[in-house]
Design a binder for this molecule. Structure first.
Ligand code: ATP
Length: 205
């Protein structure tokens, strides 16, 4: 099985990195693919450019083998749709795909492009995130609920699973706010990423 962890990563922080590593171990994955979004369709523009966000991811991951950076959305024209990304991955591998979504992202899922068809190509695993209350589940989701992790391996796609992970109340929004006001975000994200932000004068008002 392969894990897919998409995001704007504006910037990447330990909330993302710790989650990805824990999920890799919990689901005994080959690896987790971190996929930066080029042009998000469901939110306002990013503060850093796609190339800068990719570079920060590279600095954060270093030579950690468990996490793979996948820049496919940056190589495509137009909006970055998760459905397209999963379909492209599906064409290249027979492995089961697990799409990881934080609870805030999952609450928005029904607004995503071809969201129902995402379940034709992958399982969706929702990870807990501090300060986010899950919306109540509609019929579409309820009938896909899986409470036994081993079933994810048995079926190739279509399941919905909820996974608790270590709660880290870190968000990119808060980090951008700290950088803008000159308050140090140290220990919320890797030093190499902070150095890059400072060097390129990102997230200044
Ligand atoms: P922003 O504050 O700009 O919205 P973010 O910190 O939520 O950014 P994203 O890149 O938007 O980061 O998130 C990518 C994915 O990682 C989403 O599924 C999100 O729910 C999840 N995620 C982000 N931060 C955490 C965290 N601290 N714990 C668990 N999941 C997280």
């Amino acid at each position: 099985m392969i894990g897919i962890f998409g995001g704007t990563f504006d910037p990447v922080h330990y909330g993302h990195l710790r989650a990805a590593l824990e999920l890799k171990a919990l689901f005994e994955l080959d690896h987790v693919r971190l996929i930066p979004c080029a042009k998000p369709s469901h939110r306002s523009q990013t503060a850093a450019s796609a190339r800068q966000r990719l570079e920060m991811l590279r600095l954060a991951v270093g030579n950690q083998q468990d996490l793979v950076i996948d820049a496919q959305e940056l190589e495509r024209e137009g909006y970055s749709y998760t459905f397209d990304t999963l379909t492209a991955l599906r064409q290249n591998t027979a492995q089961t795909l697990l799409l990881f979504l934080g609870s805030d992202a999952f609450n928005q899922l029904t607004t995503w492009y071809r969201w129902q068809e995402i379940f034709d190509v992958a399982h969706v695993v929702v990870i807990t995130r501090p300060d986010t209350v899950l919306n109540s589940l509609g019929h579409f989701f309820k009938k896909r609920l899986i409470d036994d992790k081993t079933l994810l391996k048995k079926y190739n796609a279509g399941g919905l699973f909820f996974q608790e992970i270590t709660q880290l109340a870190i968000s990119a929004t808060a980090i951008r706010g700290m950088m803008a006001t000159g308050y140090s975000p140290r220990f919320l994200l890797p030093d190499a990423v902070i150095d890059y932000i400072t060097q390129h004068q990102l997230y200044k008002n």
